[in-house]
Design a protein around this ligand. Structure first.
Ligand SMILES: *Cc1c(COP(=O)(O)O)cnc(C)c1O
Length: 373
């Protein structure tokens, strides 16, 4: 099956009792036992597992070409669970250019808790290799990265990790399995904030980890999900499973819009620099073209001038909304440095743009007005 067909049908079985095409929402915390104490339907208690969650997990595993998946109540809960599989004293190599929440998770929670962490420029595979230690257990990266869309060579990173027996995990939130499938390129794990393109409508917070293998490591991760308890509700799972049915079609259209907008911005005299891997001028373009089947719908750009110039442009958009987050059908623009706080290394005149599903010409008109000086 191709991804459009998979997205619609994976995890969607006809309800055997009623014939319902859309899955019922199993708003139950607990399930009946047989007189002999067995659980014949396989479900015991909804923190442990729930039919809506298992449907979502099987769909996500199918889309990412993994053997198993574990859904969580947010993207960061999924990423935190991954770090919790490690022991105090283990070493993690992470990219300098990660989603800032992930950086904070490492710096403020799992660092103090005992993980050793090295932050590297992951676009430079020599830096990744040089950071490895005897106790390196995990390389955690994002490509394209946030917010400057740096591209890391997935195959090369996997090779480097294998030389010391470390696992590789890629946060594939921005690319989505529509444009990039790290597990097919040799990675061990993929994580998603399914809050973004999977859900696709800015109405549900959730996350997922997909494992290439359903091995002992992944069973440990499942244990952290089931005992740790950061699980999504049945309704959250239902919303994400509903959203992902249209993900291939949404992401392709949004990426097409993003390409037009990146080209428009690239020619605009008020724009200093555009970050979009689909542009030939992007330093990671060739690597991206070798590992992605599309370039995604996220871009960033620096407005000519200072912080004030960027904020002034963001203040003038009408169709595009000023908000954090990404991956929904509506276009969102954001001044990243101010949301990331004083420790942020993001340029002060940078705006990040989650390109939505509106008509590209309307979005370009909106930007044209906003950038008029
Ligand atoms: C939003 C985001 C996260 C965090 O996900 P939440 O669902 O907000 O917890 C992690 N990684 C990336 C790349 C994101 O965009």
């Amino acid at each position: 099956m191709r991804i459009e067909t998979e997205a619609i049908h994976l995890g969607h079985e006809i309800d055997p009792r009623t014939g319902a095409i859309a899955p019922p929402i199993y708003l139950t915390t607990t399930f009946e036992r047989d007189p002999d104490g067995a659980y014949p339907k396989g479900y015991i208690y909804s923190r442990w597992d729930n039919p809506n969650r298992s449907s979502l997990e099987s769909a996500a595993a199918g889309l990412e070409k993994g053997e198993a998946a574990a859904a969580f109540s947010s993207g960061l809960a999924a990423i935190a669970a991954l770090f919790q599989t490690l022991a105090a004293g283990d070493h993690v190599v992470a990219s300098q250019d990660l989603y800032h929440g992930t950086t904070r998770l490492l710096r403020e929670i799992y660092g103090p808790w005992g993980l050793e962490v090295s932050f590297v420029d992951a676009t430079d595979s020599e830096q990744v290799a040089a950071a490895l230690r005897r106790n390196t257990k995990l390389i955690f990266l994002e490509t394209p990265s946030n917010p400057t869309l740096k591209i890391t060579d997935i195959r090369k990173t996997v090779e480097i990790a294998r030389s010391v027996g470390a696992r590789t995990a890629f946060d594939n939130t921005w690319a989505t399995p529509v444009a990039q499938r790290p597990l097919e390129l040799g990675a061990d794990l993929v994580v998603h904030s399914t809050t973004k393109y999977f859900g696709g409508h800015s109405d549900v917070l959730s996350g997922i980890v997909v494992g290439k293998r359903d091995d002992d490591f992944f069973r440990r991760l499942k244990l952290i999900q089931q005992i740790g308890g950061a699980v999504p509700s049945p309704f959250d799972c239902w919303l994400v499973l509903r959203g992902l049915q249209t993900m291939p079609c949404r992401v392709r259209n949004q990426a097409e819009n993003a390409r037009s907008i990146a080209e428009y911005l690239n020619r605009h005299p008020q724009v200093e620099r555009v970050y979009y891997p689909g542009l030939k001028s992007h330093p990671g373009h060739d690597v991206a073209a070798g590992q992605m089947s599309g370039f995604g719908a996220m871009l960033s750009f620096q407005v000519r001038g200072d912080r004030q110039a960027a904020l002034a442009a963001a203040a003038k958009v009408r169709i595009i909304k000023r908000a954090t987050s990404l991956g929904g059908v509506e276009s969102l623009i954001e001044h990243r440095a101010s949301i990331e706080g004083p420790a942020s290394k993001t340029p002060d005149n940078l705006l990040r743009f989650s390109v939505g599903l509106e008509n590209a010409a309307d979005l370009i008109e909106d930007l044209d007005n906003a950038l008029r000086v």
